[in-house]
Design a protein around this ligand. Structure first.
Ligand SMILES: Cc1ncc(COP(=O)(O)O)c(C=O)c1O
Length: 439
């Protein structure tokens, strides 16, 4: 097997997520890169070229690749057992991880953890719990949800119903859950009483929407949303699949505004970005509605629920947070990233806006007149491909370049990442004179 063979087999047989397969198999806008190794903030392709992992392997990696402590924890667990059923059995790693997660919140708040596999399933599970909760507490009409425009909560059917990105989700709307999409707090305040009475829960990506081209919410919004929910007997589901585990500068985004949700959905960084593992954390009073006989139990689960390797990685990741003082190191890195991004916004053409929340940033590219580029041009994609020449890997969202490296990235590596993106933007402009009037 070599690069050529892997690419040929991929193009003949594999189907990639969120990918225009016809272009992919033609090698447009670039031949597939085959990633074979990782080390800290770096990834290595099958030809031995090294790149900074600029989007933390789709927003998952926390402490870097091949981290000795996490690797060892997985190896140790492998020496015992990789996976055992969680249906009717307990396992040590899941017990320990659930205990650790609950201890991160005040007593009598988020007291229960339901494990699953991915961000989508963490959200899916919260939805089903919430509907069943309402039915079992005598509110069978109250089973509608509120989500926000351009939100992204995953791709399983329930999670997709909550999604606000029309291109991804509109064709599935009629098959999904009853969801009302709103622009923000003002829309919420303006809702009719009849709508509120039917609303079970509001779901939000706290502090910042990721797939909506990295777009922060106004400061204080989350705390106000919590108050609105409390005023109206509506539950609050926080989707911290992207923001959890240090990305925003604190362990969880909700801690910035001292909010505790009724459901907290976690995935991606939960296992340090090593293995598919998710958790839906819930308040005790919700859990209690599922007690009292077979009729009340939650009939939901996946084969790999509470996978022992994943939970071992999750526990090891939490140990690394302590040992390496990951959160304590972040303010300096976040500030340096801000400075570099501000410089890039000042110096580079096409940079319309830089948006940042902790170690999450987006660089939006637009035409000189401030108008978004024609989508057909796929400028974000092309600039990202050009950044490979400068040892940077990332995946854009439309024309927004995403900067979301592992939290363990060093100051020097942040410099390489930002200057690589700056050079790629400059190169793109230099090579496309024919589009001069808009560029
Ligand atoms: C906020 C948010 N929720 C849910 C998901 C879905 O997670 P997964 O892709 O693990 O199913 C994502 C994925 O990017 C996300 O950003």
């Amino acid at each position: 097997m070599n690069t050529e063979h892997w690419i040929a087999a991929d193009q003949a047989h594999c189907w990639h997520p969120f990918t225009r397969q016809d272009d992919w198999v033609r090698g447009e806008p670039a031949d597939p890169l085959v990633l074979v190794e990782g080390d800290g903030s770096w990834l290595v392709d099958s030809e031995g070229k090294r790149y900074i992992d600029g989007n933390a392997s789709i927003w998952t990696n926390v402490h870097g690749h091949k981290h000795p402590l996490i690797n060892q924890a997985i190896i140790d667990q492998l020496g015992k057992v990789a996976h055992t059923s969680y249906l009717g059995f307990a396992n040590p790693r899941a017990s320990e991880l659930a205990e650790r997660l609950c201890a991160m919140f005040p007593p009598k708040t988020l007291e229960r953890v339901f494990f699953s596999d991915d961000g989508s399933t963490a959200v899916e599970c919260a939805l089903k719990m919430e509907i069943q909760y309402r039915i079992q507490t005598g509110q069978p009409e109250r089973v509608h949800f509120i989500a926000f425009d351009q939100a992204y909560h995953g791709d399983t059917m329930g999670a997709a119903s909550l999604g606000g990105v029309g291109e991804f989700f509109d064709q599935f709307r009629k098959f999904g859950f009853p969801v009302k999409h709103l622009g923000g707090l003002d829309d919420l305040e303006a809702l009719d009483h009849e709508v509120i009475e039917k609303t079970a829960a509001v779901i939000i990506e706290p502090l910042i929407q990721g797939v909506n081209q990295i777009r922060p919410w106004p400061k204080g919004m989350l705390a106000k949303l919590r108050q609105w929910c409390d005023r109206h007997g509506v539950h609050l589901i926080l989707d911290e699949v992207m923001t959890g585990f240090g990305r925003t500068g604190k362990m969880f985004a909700c801690q910035h505004e001292e909010v505790i949700p009724d459901y907290l959905c976690l995935a991606k960084g939960l296992s340090g970005g090593y293995l598919p593992l998710a958790a839906t954390m819930v308040r005790g009073e919700i859990y209690n509605a599922f007690l009292g006989g077979a009729d009340k139990a939650l009939y939901y689960g996946h084969s790999y629920t509470a996978n022992q390797l994943g939970c071992a990685a999750g526990l090891a990741s939490l140990r690394v947070f302590e040992q390496e003082k990951t959160l304590e190191q972040l303010p300096q890195k976040i500030e340096f990233l801000s400075e570099q991004l501000a410089k890039l916004a000042d110096d580079e053409p096409l940079v319309y806006e830089v948006r940042q929340c902790g170690m999450i940033a987006g660089i939006e590219l637009r035409a000189r007149d401030g108008q978004p580029f024609d989508k057909q041009w796929r400028i974000g994609e092309k600039v990202s491909v050009m950044a490979r020449e400068y040892q940077v890997l990332t995946r854009p969202i439309l024309d927004t370049l995403v900067v979301m490296p592992p939290l363990s990235i060093s100051i020097d590596e942040i410099d390489i990442l930002c200057s690589g993106l700056a050079s790629a933007i400059r190169d793109y402009v230099g090579m496309h004179h024919e589009q001069d009037e808009v560029l």
